[in-house]
Design a protein around this ligand. Structure first.
Ligand SMILES: Cc1cc2nc3c(=O)[nH]c(=O)nc-3n(C[C@H](O)[C@H](O)[C@H](O)COP(=O)(O)OP(=O)(O)OC[C@H]3O[C@@H](n4cnc5c(N)ncnc54)[C@H](O)[C@@H]3O)c2cc1C
Length: 322
């Protein structure tokens, strides 16, 4: 039987959304596979997450060690090679941590590696079919992975439908004593919190988010006027911060802020996975883009093919006339 292990990332005692997405991914790999969640960390937060996962997974492994208190991929890798069977399929989120953990883990386990998977198309013998995206999501690439000696697969957060938390009736197995020697060359020192800036985009229910489609620094005012009309806050994609048109604290994405608004207005944003990775909580996404093939339309609830420099002032005027 296919054995699948899913690594659960968490912070402050709360599992990331992908914890509810792995079961769908695992079902698409092999409906009859056994699926086990793995949670590593230390102390009360770890226990809280491990217990929480029993509502989704029938089997949960926890590994508790002081050195795992911060998710240093080098430490986690050492623990996992002692715990995961070498012929198993291991799933981890395709984020900074997963990209750090995955390649080295597959080398240590002598198993296959495939990154940034957005869909699975099942197993044929010892061949797993997976789908990735390339060119910023413009094309899908279908790949095969030889899983005869196991596989480490990073999966893109938000690509698989989340399952409801229910009564999986799972139990937690403590494998802390199997972790082995966790001494590493790379040490965690401290977390330096990102500057909050003049506004905190993580607290806003409505974000008017601008991307490179805004074209010019002076046009940021057009987005600001729309945001004021909507009682919203302006956020942005990374190129806008790189151009120094808005401060870093306004950047949404994997190397920026994680936001959970109710409504996300994506204005001239293509929809890279690094940008989408910062949007959580399943908001209502309105995307406006000149390019009908922009990947943002794949995740948008409402997609409008239009020039934002025409659309935004018109919408502002319409709202102000209400
Ligand atoms: C390690 C790493 C981390 C990263 N972290 C982040 C991150 O945290 N956040 C982030 O956003 N990016 C991040 N990126 C960058 C990311 O890969 C993309 O390059 C970026 O998100 C693209 O921003 P964009 O959509 O604004 O620009 P583009 O991809 O250039 O898209 C601009 C869009 O605007 C449309 N457009 C142009 N003019 C108009 C107009 N007048 N009206 C309407 N539409 C128009 C175009 O059709 C296009 O779709 C990261 C990249 C790396 C490598």
């Amino acid at each position: 039987m296919t054995q699948i292990f899913a690594y659960i990332p968490f912070s402050n005692g709360v599992a990331e959304d992908i914890a509810q997405e792995y079961p769908t991914a695992a079902g698409k790999i092999d409906e009859s596979a056994s699926l086990t969640a793995i949670v590593t960390g230390s102390g009360a937060d770890l226990d809280k997450v491990a217990n929480d996962m029993t509502s989704i997974y029938s089997q949960v492994i926890k590994v508790d060690h002081a050195d795992l208190g911060y998710p240093n991929a080098e430490v986690v890798r050492k623990a996992l090679v002692n715990i995961i069977p070498s012929d198993a399929i291991f799933l981890v989120a395709h984020n900074t941590f997963g990209m750090d953990l995955g390649p080295g883990l597959s080398v240590k386990m002598d198993s296959a590696y495939a990154a940034d998977i957005v869909d699975f198309e099942g197993i044929d013998g010892t061949t797993l079919k997976a789908v990735r995206q390339e060119l910023g999501g413009a094309v899908s690439t279908h790949v095969t992975v030889d899983i005869s000696s196991g596989a480490v697969l990073t999966v893109r957060p938000g690509s698989f439908a989340p399952v409801e938390k229910g009564s999986a009736g799972g139990s937690v197995v403590d494998k802390s004593s199997d972790a082995g020697d966790l001494s590493t060359k790379r040490k965690f020192l401290e977390i330096v919190a990102a500057e909050v800036g003049d506004v905190d985009i993580t607290k806003s229910d409505v974000l008017v988010s601008v991307g490179r489609g805004i074209e010019d620094e002076d046009n940021i005012d057009i987005a600001q006027e729309l945001a004021e009309a909507m009682n919203a806050v302006v956020s942005c994609s990374r190129p806008i911060v790189d151009a120094k048109w808005l401060e870093k604290s306004r950047q949404v994405g994997t190397s920026g802020q994680t936001v959970k608004p109710k409504v996300y207005m994506a204005m001239g944003i293509s929809g890279s996975f690094q940008h989408l990775g910062g949007i959580k909580g399943n908001p209502f996404i309105v995307a406006v883009n000149k390019n009908p093939k922009a990947p943002i339309f794949q995740v948008a609830d409402v997609g409008i093919v239009e020039d934002i420099l025409d659309f935004m002032p018109e919408l502002t005027e319409a709202i102000n006339d209400l």
